[in-house]
Write a protein that binds this ligand. Structure first.
Ligand SMILES: [Cu+2]
Length: 155
């Protein structure tokens, strides 16, 4: 009788674990700018913070498609081009080191798509999925450093 109860309890525990796991798996399929799950293979874009040769902060990027994209004039960071309808997975990492008088903190935002990373310290990273569901030209930027800005083109 006692043994049966324990087995039952373990059974319920396993069900809770499965349900919780499924919930988080389901949540991770929902891009930040829509409220339904999207089952597509994401286009991965790696974004790294960096500094120009004259010491200004900027973003660098590496795409799963490769190719070099230069900044639009007046912007420090490369122009990113994405096909409309794609699920895009941004992987942001802050690679700017702390200095004795400046702690490294940066974030990554695309306001029109509800893409907002947390403030990332040195070597912290975050992944954000969004659905490129409207075409146009949008800025991506760091709220702490206005010069950290680039163009996102969706067509
Ligand atoms: Cu910044």
């Amino acid at each position: 009788m006692m043994k049966f109860s324990i087995m039952k309890l373990i059974g319920i525990g396993i069900l809770v674990v499965i349900a919780t796991g499924s919930y988080y798996a389901y949540q991770s399929l929902i891009p930040v700018n829509v409220d339904y799950p999207v089952i597509l293979v994401p286009e991965n874009i790696l974004i790294k913070t960096g500094q120009s040769s004259d010491g200004h902060y900027l973003f660098n990027h590496q795409s799963s498609r490769g190719g070099k994209q230069v900044p639009r004039s007046g912007m420090t960071s490369p122009t990113l081009t994405i096909s409309k309808g794609n699920l895009v997975s941004f992987h942001i990492i802050n690679e700017i080191k702390n200095t004795p008088n400046q702690k490294s903190i940066h974030n990554f935002n695309i306001d029109e798509f509800n893409v907002h990373s947390k403030d990332l310290g040195y070597f912290e990273s975050q992944s954000i999925n969004f659905l490129a569901d409207k075409s146009g030209e949008y800025a991506y930027h760091c709220t702490l450093h206005p010069e950290m800005k680039g163009l996102l083109i969706i067509n």
